[in-house]
Design a protein around this ligand. Structure first.
Ligand code: FMN
Length: 199
């Protein structure tokens, strides 16, 4: 797939096959993140690859928000949960020293995360970015030192769902239909694109 296809066909995936993800793919994802744009090249972000099966239940439990309201109360069965996570950490000491500001640090996280997502996608993996997690629980599970902020989780695995994109007309609210398919309304290009000056 070329980059345009990969970027446009990608959807957030929250249900996965019961199939392990090779560590080499995850490492490749982080290498692509390492080489992402970085404000003033300050490189404040570090990563934790989590692929130890023993950690999966606690990682899943650290997530508070899966697709908003449609997470079943009990969660979904372990066989359909993410098989790996990549956690982005901001080194707060480096941030204070190299000072590019909060916003730039967060932009770095986002730009690097998209590199991870696209490389994962190309390797046949699905992913879901997650900020709806408990930072304290995640810190405990991974024993993250105090100098790091846990900025973003990316859940990964081989996809076992096919969310569909639709044109957002009245609402941008995502929903799951009665067949369990997630629907993702996206605003149309004509509604978000401006060329040159506003009239
Ligand atoms: C910064 C950020 C945080 C997100 N946090 C969560 C989250 O906590 N839980 C979740 O299920 N999805 C989360 N998502 C995924 C979005 O819900 C998803 O991108 C959105 O519904 C659009 O769907 P799509 O990715 O398939 O285009 C997050 C995405 C981004 C970019």
């Amino acid at each position: 797939m070329d980059i345009y296809q990969t970027a446009t066909q990608r959807r957030s995936i929250r249900e996965f096959k019961d199939k392990a993800v090779p560590y080499e793919i995850l490492e490749k994802c982080v290498n692509a993140a390492r080489l992402a744009p970085s404000a003033a090249n300050r490189q404040l972000i570090e990563y934790v690859i989590v692929d130890d099966e023993k950690l999966m239940p606690s990682m899943f439990d650290a997530v508070a928000s899966w697709f908003g309201v449609s997470r079943p109360k009990e969660g979904w069965p372990p066989g359909r949960r993410p098989k790996a996570y990549i956690v982005s950490l901001i080194d707060l000491e480096a941030e204070a020293e190299r000072g590019v500001g909060r916003t730039n640090a967060l932009f770095d996280v986002g730009m690097a995360a998209e590199n991870i997502v696209l490389v994962a996608e190309e390797a046949g993996l699905g992913s879901c970015a997650i900020t709806g997690f408990s930072p304290n629980r995640l810190r405990q599970v991974l024993n993250v030192p105090a100098k790091y902020e846990t900025a973003l989780m990316l859940a990964l695995g081989y996809p076992d769902e096919s969310p569909v994109v639709e044109v957002a007309t009245d609402s941008i609210e995502r929903y799951m239909d009665d067949k369990g398919v997630r629907h993702i309304p996206k605003r149309e290009l004509k509604d978000i694109l401006h060329r040159n000056r506003f009239p």
